[in-house]
Design a protein around this ligand. Structure first.
Ligand code: DUC
Ligand code: ZN
Ligand code: ZN
Length: 472
């Protein structure tokens, strides 16, 4: 099967160019000048299918390197399965996810990984890979890290938050970082000072402060900035590469920027919720409504100016990736577990479907360039986690993961409108996007076309990953 994506503007991390894209089977065969006969024939006449991309952008499928399908959290599970979550991702122009397999304290890493394969294999609409959460750093799990790298799982997430659940102390962090420095893996860090936060949470509850906004007020920016600083210093001490996930506090990113300026191999990621939403407006919504936006790190104060600073750091590359931290929970029966006690609200927001649109709106609003949109949402995550050039770029030999994006189209986000995630509400209700995902190809198969889902569960393949391409 050959497909010609004709007449569009192909956008990559270095800019945009008019080109037709020839897909042969699962991969991209060639980029040719519009109308060119360089390949010896009228491609439009010989291709099995022609997709007209005139006036549209042709971009690599999005790579969302931070999702949590079915994550066990707070006595419940994230509400998207790999089937529903990857289908929603496809609707939004994301064609690869990297999800987090979980090892909790007392479990074997390999058992956690096997459980994740059991959840995902045969279920996904798009390609998928795993990072490994190491929730119990000890001799056995350190040995498992070496084994997993050889198997294509080349990044490990540690938590400085959630004592008693996923938490690692500084000694455990140092040991895991030493192991990563030895085997080339990337250490991903949830950087919040969990033991300090637990004290603030207990004190707030004792004062009767139970509403969702107190989730944010008990995780102030200092707890993120302090943990980020500590993680960076420990990475420097051990020589491990470090990627700090879901950064939301401008002070934490300033610390990261300083380390990068000093030449340290450290990276930062943020998510759409930290760029658009705030502690005052969403987390502070009346009654229990704010529970919809309880996530960690928390939404930050707009009065303190975090959101604008994060956009700036996306421009300066001190933040290199936009992922979603997709971790959806329904309001009824899941978020409601925290009625009367914010600390029991499951942490997470669902966004896997909307990242490409939300960050494209940053292009329209003059916050980032078109090329930077593609770089932040596809190319850099692919390079960061060893998937490039198979993913993250439109180039001969790469997988034909292609999105035809219409800048003249429009997307109204809302539960009744453009919602395919397995949740009973949208955290993005009312957001209007000046663009639209028209057509999505996953490894040469059209999975979204003209408002129709044409994909299937099980099409998505598991991806073994190489080492990060940002290692020095
Ligand atoms: N943060 C969230 O919001 N949800 C899942 C885990 C995390 O670190
Ligand atoms: Zn986290
Ligand atoms: Zn996460």
């Amino acid at each position: 099967m050959t497909i010609l994506v004709r007449g569009g503007t192909v956008v990559g991390p270095t800019g945009a160019t008019r080109a037709d894209v020839l897909v042969d089977g699962e991969t991209i065969a060639a980029l040719v000048e519009p109308g060119s006969t360089a390949l010896g024939a009228d491609l439009a006449a010989t291709a099995d299918r022609v997709i007209d991309a005139t006036g549209k952008y042709v971009i690599p499928g999005g790579v969302d390197c931070h999702t949590h399908m079915e994550l066990p959290f707070g006595g419940t599970f994230a509400s998207d399965t790999f089937e529903t979550g990857t289908r929603a991702a496809a609707w939004g122009g994301t064609t690869t996810i990297v999800d987090f397999a979980v090892q909790r304290y007392g479990e074997r890493v390999q058992d956690g990984l096997a459980a994740w394969h059991a959840k995902a294999d045969g279920q996904c609409a798009i390609d998928y890979a795993f990072h490994q959460i190491v929730g119990g750093v000890d001799d056995e799990s350190l040995k498992a890290m070496d084994e997993l790298v050889a198997e294509g799982i080349t990044s490990f997430k540690l938590f400085m938050a959630y004592p008693g659940v996923f938490y690692s102390d500084d000694g455990q962090i140092v040991r895991a970082m030493q192991t990563a420095a030895g085997n080339g893996a990337m250490i991903m860090m949830h950087a919040e000072n969990g033991t300090a936060i637990d004290v603030l949470v207990k004190q707030a509850l004792a004062r009767g402060e139970t509403a969702p906004i107190h989730h944010g007020l008990t995780r102030p920016w200092e707890t993120e900035a302090e943990a980020s600083h500590r993680a960076i210093q420990l990475a420097g001490l051990t020589g491990a590469p470090l990627y700090i996930v879901h950064m939301s506090a401008k002070q934490a990113v300033a610390t990261l920027a300083q380390a990068r300026d000093a030449g340290q191999n450290v990276f930062g990621e943020t998510c759409p919720q930290y760029l658009y939403l705030s502690l005052e407006e969403q987390l502070g919504a009346p009654g229990f409504e704010g529970a919809k936006w309880v996530c960690s790190t928390p939404l930050r104060s707009r009065a303190e100016g975090h959101q604008d600073e994060l956009w700036k750091y996306l421009r300066t590359n001190d933040l290199s990736v936009v992922s979603t931290d997709h971790c959806p929970f329904c309001f009824k029966e899941q978020k409601e577990l925290g009625l009367g006690d914010f600390s029991k609200i499951p942490n997470g927001i669902g966004s896997v479907e909307h990242r490409m649109d939300l960050i494209y709106q940053g292009v329209v609003d003059g916050r980032i360039t078109l090329a930077r949109w593609v770089e932040l949402c596809a190319t850099t995550p692919a390079r960061m986690f060893g998937l490039y050039p198979r993913k993250g770029i439109i180039a001969p030999g790469s997988d034909a993961d292609i999105v035809v994006y219409d800048p003249a189209g429009h997307t109204s986000i809302g539960f009744e409108k453009t919602h395919h995630m397995n949740m009973d509400h949208s955290a993005w209700e009312g957001y209007e996007i000046d663009g639209h995902v028209d057509t999505v190809l996953s490894r040469g198969t059209v999975v979204i076309d003209g408002g129709e889902y044409l994909g299937r569960k099980g099409h998505g393949q598991y991806l073994r990953r190489g080492l990060s391409q940002y290692l020095v």
